[in-house]
Write a protein that binds this ligand. Sequence first.
Ligand code: AMP
Ligand code: ZN
Length: 481
Amino acid sequence: MRIYNSLTRQIEEFVPIKPPAVGMYACGPTVYSYVHIGNFRTYTTADVLVRLLKANGYEVSYVMNITDVGHLTGDNLGDADTGEDRMEKAASKAGKTAWEIADFYTRQFLMDFDRLNLLRPREFCRATDHIPEQIALIQRLEANGFTYKTSDGIYFDTAKFPRYGEMSTLTQIQEGARVEVNREKRNPRDFALWKFSPTDAKRQMEWDSPWGVGFPGWHIECSAMSMKYLGESFDIHAGGEDLRSTHHPNEIAQAEAATRKQFVKYWVHSAFLLVDGGRMSKSLGNNYTLSDLVQKGFSPMALRYLYFMGHYRGQINFTWSGLASAQTAYDKLVEFVRQARSKGDSARVALSAEKMKKADDYRKRFAAAMNEDLGTPQALAIVWETLKSNIPDYDKLDLLLDWDQILGLRLSEAGAGITVPEEVRSLAGEREKLRLGGKFVEADSVRMQLEKMGWEVRDTVGGPQLKPKIQDSGFKIQDSK
Ligand code: AMP
Ligand code: ZN
């Protein structure tokens, strides 16, 4: 498979460091407010990449962070080291603690994450759970001579890291755009690793450190946590396009100045989702959440479909009429699955050589489209071409359900009217009790029992979900070459 790498600025053959293992990290949300459908475009791109890697036979270790401290408001103005802490600001506005704010928005985020059928990473790591790791990384940088101290914190000295910003699309960070110029910085591109708590006020989130009480800079968490879970060099790092110019170059500088090794091989950036042609913003009231869409009667899968209509590296524009078209297309897919399923196994007929070749051709073309830098628009076009073709419905269904392992549109659940037998439901309830009680081994054996009975359980925030097990078709996507 091939993927665009922001580091080399070209589409490259994907060659993992230690195949079949693939380590992948995606920058997650700052949980000071609802995560909007723009953010979810970025997470959906990461999700499709994970699914595609798996279909290609890789064993993916996927990690995503949750930023719950140290992301300052100044970064909208080009300087992430100034302004107020987003968490503390949101907390004082809501009359809650910063911890309560983080907890509330993390839960909301996870709920929408599941509703969009995004595969849960192996780790969701919180910045506040990894303060010692961040301090240890700053100490390594200090020992290697990359830091200096100002009156408000410890900074990274970018002049000492000659390759700083090689991936950035900015030639220079524009100092003129800043809220206030920090005169103590040696270079405008330098950034905070550790910020000191103000002397005249007590922060809610602060920790002791070798440099004094304070909190980590926004960038250090991602370098520290990704290396903790994936090693000092790993394969893929993903995020939105805005992170390409500052946050990610800072992550590279922090990691490589400490380890003196290449941090990440492939950098994958997803373009923004615009709303009515412009940026999403709270003041315009157009930073829609998934719930806003659901309240208007749209399904989360329609949004997922809408994302796929555009290539991930091009900006897409969200409009309500666009979403309505995506919903219509999605409903047609679901209806097809429902009808094809209702015909049952008896509808399966032997394929003529010509039709078999045709089905095989669709399969190859879908794989080729996805394997060429996640070509979702082309892949969707092939889906429709397949459905309109003259191959039997049963074979169309086979292809569609295989492809849905990558598209993740929950088509296999479109069996409509599936009734779960009472004994299956109560067994699943028992398993849930075991799981919540920490008895994972016992819970797993109940899961296996359910599987033998032909039912798969998926754990969601809303409780266990049951679906009939589909026979594993042994689906493996072929490389396009
Ligand atoms: P934040 O919570 O602002 O740190 O953003 C979380 C993730 O969403 C980052 O990877 C951002 O690059 C990404 N992101 C933010 N706004 C958008 C948008 N409008 N469209 C797509 N991705 C976005
Ligand atoms: Zn990050």
